[in-house]
Design a protein around this ligand. Sequence first.
Ligand code: MCA
Ligand code: AMP
Length: 470
Amino acid sequence: MSPLFPSLYAAEPREAIRFGDLSLTHAELAGAAGSLARRIAGAGRVAVWATPTPQTVIGVVAALVAGVPVVPLNPKTGERELTHIVGDSEPTLVLASPGDQLPSAVATLTRIDVPLTGVATALPPEPADESAALIVYTSGTTGPPKGAVLPRRALAATLDALQGAWGWTADDVLVHGLPLFHVHGLILGILGPLRRGGSVRHLGRFSVQGVTRELSAGATMLFGVPTMYHRIAESVGGDGELTKALAGARLLVSGSAALPAPDHRRIAEATGRAVIERYGMTETLMLCAARSDGGARPGTVGLPLPGVELRLADEADGIGEIQVRGPNLFSGYLNRPDATAAAFTEDGWFRTGDMASRDADGQVRIVGRKATDLIKSGGYKIGAGEIENALLDHPGVREAAVTGEPDADLGERIVAWVVPTDPQSPPEEAELTNHVATQLAPHKRPRVVHYLPELPRNDMGKIMKRALHV
Ligand code: MCA
Ligand code: AMP
């Protein structure tokens, strides 16, 4: 098999990753990851406590080199969700940084503290293309998140397709502040530069100042979700240093949700640079991308990437559901053959649930989603059902419904509609918000809670979510 990361095998002495003051070359990463790979070889699956640190990168790369599937864990995940993910994926080990405090749901696993250094010896041969590389948990409309099993060939296919679209080379230096437990930050943002033999500087946490600093100091590409570009757009007019830094970048890429045209315009007007969009999903990795050599229009996500077959199903007025096939697709949901079967059409196309049209030149324009019960907030996909279930677990809540409302910063904000058990003393808003944050994850917490005497229901007793708005 050809290696996922050729420059590790070549032990290149150039910088590969940088987190603050800590940086590792490809050779150093090969040493640290190679040593760890030998320790974990043969493990069933490994969980990685995916803090934004070099240890996370070493842990993930070690597991990929050893052929051990990785389950990246959001360190802020609450008890209920973490228990589900660990119970479902059954890792035998957890890789963490020294000093990380692990909650009880993972504390029972054998823990390895990831060392930053290791002795470089020959790396093991890579496993078969079809073997599982990563299991990434992603929300559906109802129920707890499902583990999307991503084979190595999907990673290689998607990263190589992006190389072609963006002219991505070993000379590129990527900067981002995305979390390392999702596709965008981990696969595109870390494994992408490593596959190219280039480098990535991670901000630890996103800030406009961090972006300015790194783009001014030689970074060539920026990846972010629309919320990050919105925050950049808010600053760009009055911040000469930021404007100059963005203008000097080779590529500004937005993804994970639609980039609003006003943010696109503000950045383009101030810097002369267009932010380009790419479109994908956890299950499919990248499907479309605007090219770096021009032709990007606000509101479009470019053409299907090489290797990706894309059709619009059940088209009406030029709008249909995006369905796809290609080597970039996942191999199924872990332990969920029912959900895997439901995700594909009878003739083998994956149903994305996204509705789109195509411009005259073929560029794809996403216009909405089939399911109103999926919310995209800050680029995170969140199911209304999982939040409703968490709220219903609170003794002060008799009934609950969750909706997404437009939000200039987050794209959509999570809104909870609650019928209290005791209308005379409803639970406080902060109490409910913290309940969801600690059971599921902070990014899944409602930003607004409305209290109602009852929820609007139709004759069948179904909650009429369309009637829930302020
Ligand atoms: C606030 N916080 C709390 C609470 N309230 N913690 C616990 N309980 C509470 N009640 C904490 C939060 O954890 C956070 O900490 C801090 O306060 C600020 O909260 P928040 O306002 O939620 O965060 P933010 O700064 O507004 O976050 C915006 C963001 C973030 C940085 C844009 O949403 C983000 O990183 N989004 C990226 C999502 C992503 O990668 N999606 C890709 C999915 P702290 O800041 O320390 O965390 S992959 C995908 O979609 C496909 C494949 C694709 O196409 O890419
Ligand atoms: P996730 O399951 O978290 O991987 O989210 C995937 C979803 O994010 C897709 O189905 C789309 O709805 C949305 N998405 C990703 N990129 C874009 C984009 N550039 N424009 C619009 N929506 C996007």
